[in-house]
Design a binder for this molecule. Structure first.
Ligand SMILES: NC(=O)C1=CN([C@@H]2O[C@H](COP(=O)(O)OP(=O)(O)OC[C@H]3O[C@@H](n4cnc5c(N)ncnc54)[C@H](OP(=O)(O)O)[C@@H]3O)[C@@H](O)[C@H]2O)C=CC1
Ligand SMILES: CC(C)(CO)C(=O)C(=O)O
Length: 311
């Protein structure tokens, strides 16, 4: 399927980056705000910084879901995962059977769309980082091609979406076993999204520091045991290699949870460390994830302090 119209929900770092690339490739792109739903249309200038010299600069229309009665195109979800229940409700009466592509980190973030009966759902796991560095500029660092799998839908439609979305900087690929990738990336996020904000440092810490690597290995071992209770079998050395690859290629970037804490915003830790801990609890394996759980709880505390200070 090829639709020239692409609606991206979430005008944040990832949403704007993808919007700029897709617009530059000739698609009609509309950014829809994730939180605000009663706003007038406006144009936003987006400059994506790719390295020291390259950049993509373009203007994209920003609107709100409620300004549309029919979202006749591909709908991309690039907002924070804790808003998914509300977004699924808002979209339900406007989406017909248009495909939804979810770009978020975390476990089970697609469930609100499944429960609301969406017919075509694709889950993408991003291996790329985007950080807003000024009012109109985002620094983008690719790590590897981002896998996309079918939750509900067809592999034909998936290949069409991948062809349409990919460009030399931000590439996507089809993945048959998306659950395995979801777990691999979630485990990496359980490490990055807790350790980096707690140490107040960038993603490169694991690449640079032996003690940080040792904490990472502990979290990986714990989370792999929990994945096994869900029928997903991962190799600790593979997950660790992936983590080091991300650390090296995104050195200098701040993980989204750290950006959230710095800005006094809610974090996604509930769908990362705390989601893994909950699965362990439900499997009556409460003691399986002590480090992962503690790191998640410390992030809850740090984020609560930052949110209260920003009021
Ligand atoms: N940045 C990165 O490098 C990476 C990010 N991701 C994932 O991509 C997703 C987007 O992250 P990122 O772009 O960094 O986030 P940003 O913080 O830059 O932007 C957050 C977006 O989420 C929206 N939002 C915030 N709160 C809510 C809410 N309660 N309900 C609905 N929408 C909300 C915002 O709304 P509004 O549009 O109104 O401003 C904004 O569009 C996240 O799931 C993140 O984990 C994954 C890998 C890498
Ligand atoms: C782990 C990393 C850096 C990879 O894309 C990420 O998921 C994020 O920035 O939120």
């Amino acid at each position: 399927m090829k639709s020239d119209r692409i609606f991206i929900i979430g005008a944040g770092a990832i949403g704007k980056t993808l919007a700029a690339f897709l617009k530059a490739q000739g698609n009609e792109v509309i950014l829809l705000r994730g939180q605000a739903d009663e706003i007038n249309d406006s144009m936003v200038t987006i400059k994506v910084l790719l390295n020291d010299k390259d950049a993509v600069k373009t203007e994209v229309l920003v609107s709100a879901v409620s300004n549309f009665t029919n979202l006749d195109g591909i709908v991309v979800i690039a907002s924070k995962s804790y808003g998914n229940e509300l977004i699924a409700e808002r979209l339900k009466k406007r989406i017909g059977n248009a495909p939804v592509v979810i770009l978020q980190n975390g476990l089970n973030v697609e469930l609100p769309f499944v429960h609301h009966g969406f017919e075509r759902i694709y889950r993408c796991i991003l291996f790329a980082t985007a950080q807003q560095v000024s009012a109109d500029a985002i620094r983008f660092k690719p790590v590897a091609a981002s896998p996309v799998g079918v939750v509900r839908g067809s592999s034909e439609e998936l290949s069409g979406i991948i062809d349409q979305f990919s460009n030399p900087y931000f590439t996507f690929r089809a993945e048959q076993d998306i659950q395995r990738v979801i777990w691999t990336k979630t485990i990496a996020n359980c490490v990055f999204n807790s350790v980096c904000p707690l140490l107040e440092t960038d993603n490169g810490i694991f690449y640079r520091d032996e003690q940080a690597r040792s904490v990472a290995k502990r979290v990986i071992a714990e989370c792999i045991s929990v994945a096994e209770t869900q029928g997903v079998f991962l190799d600790a050395a593979d997950v660790f290699d992936r983590l080091l690859q991300i650390s090296k290629s995104s050195e200098g970037q701040l993980i989204s949870t750290y950006q959230d804490i710095l800005n006094g915003r809610k974090t996604e830790i509930e769908t990362l460390n705390m989601a893994v801990a909950e699965i362990a609890d439900n499997a009556r394996q409460e003691t399986m994830v002590p480090t992962t759980r503690l790191l998640g709880e410390l992030i809850r505390i740090k984020s609560g302090i930052a949110m209260r200070a920003s009021l």
